[in-house]
Design a protein around this ligand. Sequence first.
Ligand SMILES: [Zn+2]
Length: 304
Amino acid sequence: MAQPTGADQPVLETTARFHRFQVGKLICTSLSDGAIQVPLPPSPPAPGAAQTAATPDARPRFLYVPINCLAVQIPDTGQTVLIDSGFGLTPETLGKPMQSAGRLLESMQAAGLSADAVDVLLISHLDIDHVAGLYNADGTQVFPRATYYASAEAIAFWSKTDIDLSASPVLPWVKAERLLVSAHVLKHSAEHLTVFQAGDEVVPGITATPLPGHAPGQVGFVITSEDDTLLYTADAITHAVVSLATPHVYNPMDLEPDLAVTTRKDLLATLSESGWRSFSPHFPFPSWGRVQKEGDKLVWKPAE
Ligand SMILES: [Zn+2]
């Protein structure tokens, strides 16, 4: 997700960082790509009391959105898998580069992982903050040895010549950005992109699972080793408090909001009942933890 540029847009200070943990035998590394601030629409006035200069809108004007990617090293096969690519270089053609994001390669370097080491690049969905790091400005792959994988449904949708997003209530600039970004990815990927079906075990121990609603063909990834499971949720849940406390509330970034709400509720039920850990790219670093029941509420327990 990118935001329109604005003269009053604050610039975030972010640094490269990583956090290592294990899922069974698999070595996982949370990698920060930085963060962005998304402008919030103004609050509506309270019922019966129009907002005046004397009662200014006290809400924050920007939503802080961390962006984190996940690397998975599989000792049995020697493979290194990277899930999503962050903002990356954000070519000028996709808008103004994000000064506070695009730090994935720095974080990988800090973690002892090189772009050359990545064998498999799994794409959860084709939003800018997940795929702008795939290609250099000249169209070559940022991860030169990697096979890039995306869901067949996502590629089929964005490959259509008559994409119609008019029925979606998503913000107009989000629609425009998604058209631009998907065209960018498809242009550079050409025949080099490998597709999978939701439900496929794409890599031994990593299975794509459908999470529709936020973006066409969005998938998560179920990562399993030795009875230990981590679910990469993509953007089916995007906020560690709001998504859990009010899963029924529309997210203005969800292209199909009703479907996204159903997916979000189902996902939260799965996580809270299974005991699986989860990794959500926009949750606070290091982005992994557990969704747990606390009374009649669901709460996020980071890094547990
Ligand atoms: Zn995102």
